[in-house]
Design a protein around this ligand. Structure first.
Ligand SMILES: Cc1ncc(COP(=O)(O)O)c(C=O)c1O
Length: 398
């Protein structure tokens, strides 16, 4: 029976990680994989997360099942972290379902949409995170792209994006990145978010917001401001949340799907459906990461420590943006790279052809994604010279 299976092509990003591991040159730099790294190239577990983890294990007397929608403490804490305390008046209107990571949340949201609006299309930014396409289309959705990023201006193609949204039929779903757009790092301004909220409200479009980097752009509040603004303007929306990067819980698969509905009663119905859908996919989400997050957010001392460590991570990335932009400018005869400093989160996309990306890897041992996406957190004071000189060389500046 299995002879009908065909071989899966290598995942381009995972292929880069494997090639990086095989490379024995001390000069090598990994700017490919999308995980946060500190100055020594390690992906740390925040101190508060470590402490919460040992406290959770010490206090845990059973590992019996929780519920299909997960850990209620985690869901309540995360709703407040993402939607804000000023959502109190609307809190009864939100339904929450814990999921295995942001990816699980995206899939759970797509399954809910399949029930509620099966004929709708999901519109994603051009470009978007590579995994959005398989995650959403395998739930049966057709995807379309809306114009988003101009690689020439290094800015959002806002007029074209708005023209696309204005032409959509009611009930179309629009996938938006709340902050730290992956792969470009180019976010909407708050004025632009207001216009997006307005067109969604006027035309009855459903915003589906992906937030995977809260706290790694500007700060916890500003990175979620887009979601809070939308929640004030539209009657319904979905939010897929990942705790992988900001809590350093990657392999613990910790995420959440939030559905804003138009009434308390509808929220209860949606929560029931989220539980039923979870039962048909993974039955119950894994609890370990969620219990840790619940503890970090509910214990003031742990919360303070985590918030400070997250702020230091965001500052480090933003400082590295300046360092890289200056180093590239110095090696390319003063070319303007200041757009890198205006972008946010772990990623920016450099103007590199696939051939340049290959040369960067093979000749200079600098590894980035095939589309020129670089993980800024992979840069450090000790490798920025080599990175900038190598990029300038492949761009033709000797
Ligand atoms: C934009 C975006 N959304 C969602 C995710 C999902 O992350 P995870 O499933 O690891 O929590 C990622 C991870 O890289 C991402 O970049």
């Amino acid at each position: 029976m299995f002879e009908t299976l065909t071989r899966v092509p290598d995942d381009p990003i995972l292929g880069i990680s494997a090639a990086f591991k095989r490379d024995t040159t001390p000069l090598k730099v990994d700017l490919g994989v999308g995980v946060y790294k500190d100055d020594r190239g390690n992906t740390p577990v925040p101190a508060a997360v470590r402490r919460a983890e040992s406290e959770v294990l010490a206090a845990q007397s059973t590992k019996t099942y929780l519920t299909p929608v997960g850990n209620p403490g985690f869901n309540a804490q995360m709703l407040e972290l993402v939607a804000g305390t000023d959502q109190a008046g609307r809190k009864g209107d939100w339904a929450a379902g814990q999921a295995p990571g942001g990816s699980g949340a995206l899939r759970l949201g797509a399954e809910l949409l399949r029930l509620s609006s099966p004929g709708s299309k999901i519109h994603v930014s051009d470009p978007t995170w590579a995994n959005h396409t398989p995650l959403l289309s395998s739930a049966g959705f057709q995807l379309e792209r809306y114009p988003y990023y101009s690689a020439i201006r290094h800015a959002v193609e806002f007029d074209q994006m708005m023209a696309h949204l204005e032409a959509l039929p009611a009930a179309a779903v629009v996938l938006l990145h709340a902050c730290c757009h992956n792969p470009t790092g180019q976010d909407l301004s708050m004025t632009q978010w207001e216009a997006v909220a307005d067109v969604c409200a006027r035309r009855g479009l459903l915003p589906y917001v992906d937030i995977a980097y809260q706290g790694l752009g500007d700060d916890l509040e500003r990175d979620a401001a887009s979601i809070r603004l939308l929640a004030r303007q539209v009657p319904e929306m979905l939010v897929a949340v990942s705790c992988s990067k900001n809590f350093g819980l990657y392999r613990e698969r910790t995420g959440l799907l939030l559905a804003l509905t138009s009434s308390n009663e509808r929220a209860g119905i949606a929560a029931g459906q989220l539980g039923r859908l979870a039962r048909t996919i993974w039955s119950m989400p894994p609890d370990h990461g969620a219990a840790i997050v619940d503890r970090v957010l509910s214990q003031p001392e742990l919360r303070r420590s985590w918030t400070e460590e997250l702020a230091a991570m965001a500052k480090r990335i933003n400082d590295l943006r300046r360092l890289l932009a200056d180093a590239l400018s110095a090696r390319t005869g003063g070319t303007d790279f200041s757009w890198i400093t205006r972008q946010r989160g772990m990623f920016s996309r450099l103007d590199l052809t696939p051939a340049m990306v290959d040369t960067l890897r093979e000749k200079h041992h600098v590894y980035c994604a095939p589309d020129g996406r670089v993980n800024i957190a992979g840069i450090s004071a000790s490798n920025v010279e080599h990175v900038a000189t190598s990029i300038a060389a492949v761009m033709g500046y000797a």
